[in-house]
Design a protein around this ligand. Structure first.
Ligand code: FES
Ligand SMILES: [Fe+2]
Length: 387
């Protein structure tokens, strides 16, 4: 699990100016609420007085109020009022981490990390989200599996024929399965897009494919460690575009915010049926994912036998290594071991602007500066890691 990416926190309609909502993510707790202007905020959940959980308290006047002794924190994370300090000044250290927030697609996203704005990897841009002729549904569900395994599943074009009777077990031509999946890069990720029922076409330019005549095509890509896109283009005009924003709650549990977009069957009468069928397909995946061993993506590809159909999985893992190299991976075992003794927070951008913070920052795995950029510089796709 990584700091320095955007994570989905809650459905927009779950976050209110009346009461705080606790959200667990990356092994940590956060509190989210709205201020009087309706802007959503996400703060570390730990009160810096004596460790109260802000999400158990109240929201009043746009402030999160600790249930223990009533300290009041603004959306910027700063303590604005200490009831027991009638005349004295509020200590400068009385602040909690406050994270950048964006409200998009009916979801509250928070940037859980300390990068300045210009360096932050983006929230995936759904180009057709507001377009006429497209309709979206948002589903939220949890699975007892690690999010990286879930993203890898989305980047796997071979599993469909075995896992998805609900989809009619779509199958890649055997000769396509035997060749490396042709990959192309996007910012912070990689993608494939394959025609089905046709010979393998190494042109993966999506826009070109969409305007051409074809029986159908499908593709998947990831951006960052936790955002997955799947296009199912049945014909040039009948598509499902699916966007999964995954929130790792812990190393064994994931909450998925799934935006299902379609440009056909637009009448409301189809909504329920499409949701039911889509979630049945999701649960076919979940059943497999919850039983994987090891439950988390292994450190090295030599602990599994990867074949050409796993090319996109290998590519995803190359990106994970790059983010490891940046020192962005949380040392989860250390975090769990120390959690009872130390209150931690994911560092927020404010920590680069001021010192004197009460909460310790979450323990991180060491980075490796020489390997930064390796995903785009030293890709081994088609070489040693794939049999
Ligand atoms: S612990 Fe939060 S006000 Fe005392
Ligand atoms: Fe699947």
């Amino acid at each position: 699990m990584y700091i320095n990416f955007w994570y989905p926190i809650a459905r927009a309609d779950e976050v209110s100016a009346d009461k705080p909502l606790r959200v667990d993510l990356l092994g940590m707790s956060f509190v989210t609420f709205r201020d009087e202007d309706g802007a959503a905020h996400v703060l570390a959940d730990t009160c810096v007085h004596r460790g109260g959980s802000l999400s158990q308290g109240w929201v009043r006047g746009g402030r999160a109020i600790c249930p223990y002794h009533g300290w009041e924190f603004g959306g910027d994370g700063k303590c604005k009022h200490v009831p027991s300090l009638v005349t004295a000044k509020i200590p400068a250290r009385a602040k909690v981490d406050s994270y950048p927030v964006e409200e998009k697609y009916g979801i509250i996203f928070a940037f859980l990390g300390d990068l300045p704005e210009e360096e932050r990897p983006p929230i995936y841009e759904i180009e057709e989200f507001e377009d006429e002729g497209w309709k979206s549904q948002l589903y939220v569900y949890e699975l007892n599996a690690y999010y990286e395994r879930s993203i890898e599943n989305g980047m796997d074009p071979i599993h469909n024929q075995f896992v998805h009777p609900k989809q009619g077990q779509p199958m890649l031509e055997p000769e396509m399965q035997a060749k490396p999946v042709p990959m192309s890069d996007i910012p912070w990720g990689s993608k494939f897009y394959l025609p089905f029922g046709q010979k393998l076409d190494h042109d993966t330019d999506l826009k070109g494919d969409k305007t051409g005549e074809r029986v159908g095509a499908a593709g998947s890509w990831h951006q960052g460690p936790n955002q997955l896109v799947t296009y199912i283009d049945l014909t040039a005009t009948n598509s499902f575009h699916q966007y999964m924003f995954e929130a790792p709650l812990s190393e064994s549990k994931t909450r998925v915010f799934f935006i299902n977009m379609r440009n056909w069957l637009l009448d409301d009468e189809y909504d329920e049926r499409i949701e039911t069928v889509t979630l049945e397909v999701v649960h076919e995946d979940v059943a497999v994912l919850e039983a994987l061993q090891p439950s988390r993506t292994p450190d090295t590809n030599t602990k599994e036998i990867l074949v050409p159909g796993d090319t996109a999985v290998v590519r995803y893992r190359e990106y994970l290594k790059d983010w490891d190299a940046r020192g962005w991976r949380i040392d989860y075992k250390k975090l769990m071991a120390k959690k009872g003794d130390v209150a931690f927070a994911i560092p927020c951008p404010g920590r680069r602007e001021s010192g004197n913070w009460v909460l310790d920052t979450v323990p991180m795995e060491p980075g490796n500066p020489e390997m930064i950029g390796s995903a785009t510089r030293d890709s081994k796709i088609g070489k040693a890691d794939v049999a």
